[in-house]
Design a protein around this ligand. Structure first.
Ligand code: GLY
Length: 384
C-alpha cells in the first residue's frame, strides 16, 4: 500500500477540521484531511446559530468567554474566506429575538435576561407587542421578548462549501477515506491508517472527529475523551414568495416550556430545530421529533402550516460532560483534539481553527484554550 507523509494530518472534514486545515495551510504547513464524506455529518445538519448570548447556560463562564471570542472572530473569518474563494461564507448578521409564549415562559426568559445582564451581555427586554413589531408574523399570543443584537447565524452548508474551496486553494490534500486508527510509536502519534490499509505519516495528528471522538482507535484507553453523540432532529421549510421574509431575525422561543428555534435564510429557507435525545448513534428521523418541532413552531409562527416541508434530518452533537469543547493536547505526543463542540460547533469554528493553528505553531496551549484541555476529565477520574 502507498504511504504518504505530510506535516499535519487531520481526521474529520467537518467545519472544525476544514477550518483548522485551511488556517494551517495558509501558514505554509502541509496538511492532509481524511474524511469519506467531507462536511456531510453534524456540520451540514446544524442550524448554524451564532448564539453565545441566547444559548448561555448558568455557570458556564469560561465557555461564554470562548463563545464571545468566536462570534467576534466570525466577520473577519468570513471576509478572509470570501476574499480567497469569491464565495459567500454564509454569515448573516441579523440579531436574535428570544420570545416567550405564555406567562410562565415569560418568567423563564426574564430570569435568563437578568443573568445575561449580570454577565454584561447586551440584551433588551420587550413586551409581546414590541416583539411582534420586529416580527409581524409572530402569533398574537406571544407574551414577551428579548432582543439580542449580537447573536447571528451562518448558513452552515454554504460555510462547508466555501471552506472546502478555501482548503483546495491553499493546497490542503483531501483524502476521501475513513481513518481506521491513529498510528502510535512508543508514546507518540505518528500518523493514521486508512480503511484501505495505507498509512499517512505526519508530525502532528489532529482529531476533529466530532461525536465519534470517544471511539478513535489507536488512542490509549486511559486517554480516550468522554465525547458522546447527542441526537438532534431538524427541519428545513421553504417560505412561499408571498410570505417572504417570514422572519427577519433568528427567533428562539420558549413555548409552553418547550424550546424551539427558527432560523431564516435569505433565499426563503426556514430552519426549525431541534430535538435533543440520548439515543447513541441513531440518526433516524422519528415522527415524534417532527411532530414536536412543528407543534412548537406553529404555536409561535402560525404561517408554519403554509410552508413547504423540504427536509427532516437528524444529526449528532459531540457532547461532553461539561458542555465545553476539548482543544489541544491529548496526553499522547503528536495528537491534538479539536472536538466536543456540543451545541456550538458552527459558532466555535473560527476560534478553534485559530487556537489549534497556534498550538501547532508554538507547541504551547494558548491562554484562551487552557480551560478546555482533555486533562480536566482525567483529573475527575483520578479523584474518584
Ligand atoms: N445549537 C443548536 C442546537 O444544538 O440545537
Amino acid at each position: 500500500m502507498a504511504e504518504r507523509t505530510c506535516d499535519v494530518v487531520i481526521v474529520g472534514a467537518g467545519l472544525i477540521g476544514l477550518a483548522t486545515a485551511w488556517r494551517l495551510a495558509a501558514d505554509g504547513i502541509q496538511v492532509t484531511v481524511c474524511d469519506p464524506t467531507p462536511g456531510s455529518q453534524t456540520s451540514s445538519v446544524a442550524a448554524g446559530m451564532l448564539a453565545p448570548v441566547t444559548e448561555v447556560e448558568y455557570g458556564e463562564d469560561a465557555l461564554l468567554a470562548l463563545n464571545l471570542a468566536s462570534v467576534a472572530a466570525w466577520p473577519g473569518f468570513a471576509q478572509e474566506l470570501e476574499t480567497l474563494t469569491g464565495q459567500s461564507a454564509g454569515l448573516h448578521r441579523t440579531g436574535t429575538l428570544s420570545i416567550a409564549y405564555d406567562a410562565d415562559d415569560a418568567a423563564a426568559i426574564h430570569r435568563l435576561a437578568d443573568y445575561q445582564r449580570r454577565l454584561g451581555l447586551e440584551v433588551e427586554e420587550l413586551t409581546g407587542r414590541e416583539a411582534r413589531k420586529r416580527e409581524p408574523l409572530l402569533a398574537a399570543g406571544v407574551s414577551a421578548g428579548i432582543w439580542v443584537p449580537g447573536d447571528h447565524s451562518v448558513d452552515n452548508r454554504q460555510a462547508v462549501a466555501t471552506l472546502l474551496r478555501a482548503a483546495e486553494l491553499t493546497g490542503v490534500q483531501l483524502v476521501r477515506q475513513r481513518v481506521s486508527r491513529v498510528l502510535v510509536s512508543g508514546t507518540t502519534a505518528v500518523g493514521v491508517e486508512l480503511e484501505d490499509g495505507s498509512g499517512i505519516h505526519a508530525g502532528q495528528v489532529i482529531a476533529a472527529t466530532g461525536p465519534w471522538s470517544g471511539q478513535l482507535e489507536g488512542v490509549p484507553a486511559e486517554l480516550r475523551v468522554p465525547v458522546r453523540p447527542l441526537k438532534g432532529e431538524i427541519l428545513r421549510l421553504r417560505v412561499p414568495e408571498a410570505y417572504r421574509p417570514a422572519l427577519n431575525h433568528t427567533v428562539r422561543a420558549t413555548a409552553r416550556g418547550f424550546a424551539v428555534y427558527l432560523v431564516p435564510r435569505p433565499g426563503g429557507e426556514l430552519v426549525v430545530g431541534a430535538t435533543t435525545s440520548e439515543l447513541g448513534y441513531d440518526t433516524r428521523v422519528l415522527a415524534g421529533g417532527v411532530f414536536a418541532l412543528l407543534r412548537d413552531a406553529r404555536m409561535i409562527l402560525p404561517i408554519t402550516d403554509e410552508l413547504e416541508l423540504v427536509e427532516a434530518v437528524a444529526g449528532l452533537r459531540p457532547a461532553t460532560p461539561d458542555n465545553a469543547p476539548i482543544l489541544g493536547p491529548s496526553g499522547l505526543d503528536g495528537l491534538l483534539w479539536a472536538t466536543g463542540h456540543y451545541r456550538n460547533g458552527v459558532l466555535l469554528t473560527p476560534i478553534t481553527a485559530q487556537l489549534l493553528a497556534e498550538t501547532v505553531r508554538t507547541g504551547a496551549v494558548p491562554e484562551l484554550a487552557a480551560p478546555f484541555q482533555a486533562s480536566r476529565f482525567s483529573e475527575v477520574k483520578l479523584t474518584r
